[in-house]
Design a protein around this ligand. Structure first.
Ligand code: HEM
Length: 162
């Protein structure tokens, strides 16, 4: 029994719960709210967008913080189990890079910097990309979890240990 078991479970819970809220919220906004809001008058639409973004921004910033803290904790805990496992490191490295790309896009979309105004004018496209990248991330995360650890048997041969 691992001494850190409770923290491991809490960290995993926070990580998965954050993914549910952030990815679910983005899918809802992109495919349900945005098409419905497009039917409002321009003034109503602008007001709704302003109010919604003021609230969603807090969820995005809090969620990024929770992803980074719980994600790095999970990663440090997983490292000893995956020593020399190139596929694990390649996939998790790719996942972390994609996650940071998502954090950048999501922050630009809720931010007010003039530099990213062009991105905000194409909000639907960028939110679609977030959903797509999130699907890849969830796929990679699920695969490395189900694949488990790899035990080295001899120099040229490895076996998967589910
Ligand atoms: C868009 C952001 C992210 C999403 C949607 C996401 C999603 C997920 C999901 C669904 C799991 C599977 C959990 C399980 O089966 O118990 C997972 C595991 C994990 N995530 Fe993330 N994650 C994100 C960001 C990050 C970041 C930024 C890091 C690291 C800094 C990270 C590191 C990890 C690690 C190490 C695992 C455990 C993998 C293993 O089983 O060995 N994640 N993530």
């Amino acid at each position: 029994m691992n001494d850190l078991l409770a923290i491991d479970v809490i960290s995993r819970f926070i990580h998965v719960a954050t993914a549910i809220v952030m990815v679910g919220g983005t899918v809802f906004m992109r495919f349900v709210l945005m098409p419905a809001a497009a039917e409002l008058s321009q003034a109503e639409h602008d007001q709704l967008r302003q109010r919604l973004l003021a609230r969603w921004k807090r969820v995005v910033h809090g969620g990024i913080g929770m992803f980074i803290v719980s994600g790095f904790y999970n990663f440090v805990q997983a490292l000893p189990k995956h020593k020399g496992d190139g596929l694990y490191h390649g996939l998790i490295g790719t996942k972390i890079l994609l996650a940071f790309a998502i954090f950048f896009i999501a922050s630009a979309l809720v931010g007010r910097s003039a530099t990213f105004e062009k991105m905000r004018q194409q909000r639907a496209k960028w939110m679609g990309l977030i959903v797509l990248l999130s699907a890849v991330i969830v796929g990679i995360s699920g695969f490395v979890k189900v694949r488990g650890t790899v035990v080295k048997v001899e120099a040229s041969k490895t076996v998967s240990n589910f």
